[in-house]
Design a binder for this molecule. Structure first.
Ligand code: HEM
Length: 331
């Protein structure tokens, strides 16, 4: 008696766990995963079954979402061709092109120097919280960019150098790092949004800054700017908006089938990769200006202080404002 009750219970539980999966005409599978032709039960001929499979109809796999019953999903072939073809080729050319353009800018314009020379006096540009926000976003992005580009290009560029086994080990570790760094990046993104969004709204200095080419093209031109100039605002909103899209599509890939079926995931994957490359292109320029491209900028995100001459040349309105509000901020 108790055995019968147990058997009924197991049957009911089993049905519940299997969920309302669709039993398509193509295939049926036992709960142990063996896939058998539905023709046996539905009197559908074998050619009918295989035609249905080729057209992407979903079969049934015990305990799995219906979408996983698709044996042949033809869009997968299109996805693979776009990913390994147009997307990878365009991404490669753009990355090489932007790197060369930055190098040419460096050769032609040279390092942007403090024209009045360093004053020796500093002013606090970013407090600790702002620097933590910057490096959470920047550090994780660098890990994401390197490990992501390895996924996109590594097989062609790195594998021939390192050999299959070392490359596969590095890529496996890189994929784990990529998954973890994604969460750190999201945390950094939220942090810099709350810290800096207000300072990145359009203000009365922006139009003048655009007309003056941001002072980037000609020596001696310094259009005034508040805490952030129009170029930085563009980069900030790009990081926030494109970063949010790259993050949400990344989460969709990290938790498969939670936000869509396999086709939606293929589309998300292409969007994720294309937008991530767009971000890398922007950030190449940002890293250039933050390091070798401009004298006096990098300490803003390391010690937090910048030379007062640098601040006056690039953010005159901000310096005035800080000095008015907190005379002690200038040391
Ligand atoms: C080696 C890498 C990096 C360096 C050396 C660097 C350097 C800098 C510097 C010097 C500033 C301050 C500019 C100023 O005081 O006006 C800054 C600001 C900023 N950084 Fe970075 N950065 C790096 C990577 C990144 C990455 C990867 C991101 C985002 C994914 C990022 C996002 C930002 C944002 C949003 C700001 C504020 C707005 C702006 O100045 O453009 N940074 N960074």
């Amino acid at each position: 008696m108790s055995r019968t009750i147990l058997a009924i219970l197991l049957l009911v539980l089993g049905l519940g766990l299997a969920g309302p999966g669709k039993i398509g005409p193509a295939l049926a599978a036992g709960s142990d995963g063996d896939v058998t032709s539905a023709a046996q039960s539905d009197r559908i001929t074998e050619p009918d079954s295989w035609r249905a499979i080729r057209q992407g109809e979903a079969g049934y796999i015990g305990g799995q979402p219906a979408a996983r019953g698709v044996l042949i999903q033809s869009e997968g072939e299109i996805w693979r061709n776009v990913r390994n073809g147009k997307l990878a080729v365009w991404a490669g050319w753009l990355l090489a092109g932007v790197t060369l353009a930055i190098a040419a800018f460096y050769v032609i314009r040279g390092k942007i120097m403090m024209e009045g020379g360093p004053s020796g006096q500093t002013i606090l540009r970013f407090n600790k919280m702002e620097r933590v926000g910057h490096w959470l976003t920047a550090g994780s992005f660098l890990v994401l960019a390197l490990t992501g580009l390895n996924l996109l290009f590594g097989r062609w560029i790195i594998e021939p150098w390192l050999g299959k086994s070392l490359f596969s080990w590095i890529s496996w570790a890189g994929k784990w790092l990529h998954n973890i760094a994604g969460f750190v990046f999201i945390a950094g993104l939220v942090m810099i949004f709350f810290l800096w969004a207000r300072d990145n709204l359009w203000d009365r200095y922006d139009w003048g800054w655009i007309k003056g080419g941001g002072g980037l093209l000609k020596k001696g031109v310094h259009p005034p700017a508040a805490k952030f100039n129009f170029g930085q605002k563009t980069q900030f909103w790009m990081v926030i908006l494109v970063g949010a899209l790259v993050s949400s599509t990344g989460l969709n890939l990290l938790f498969p089938f939670t936000m869509g079926d396999i086709h939606a995931m293929q589309v998300m994957h292409l969007i994720h990769t294309a937008l991530a490359v767009v971000m890398v292109l922007f950030i190449l320029g940002h890293i250039y200006i933050g390091t070798i491209g401009m004298e006096g900028a990098s300490t803003a995100v390391t010690t937090g202080y910048v030379d007062r001459e640098w601040a006056r040349e690039h953010h005159a309105a901000w310096v005035e404002d800080v000095e008015k509000r907190e005379p002690k901020a200038a040391e």
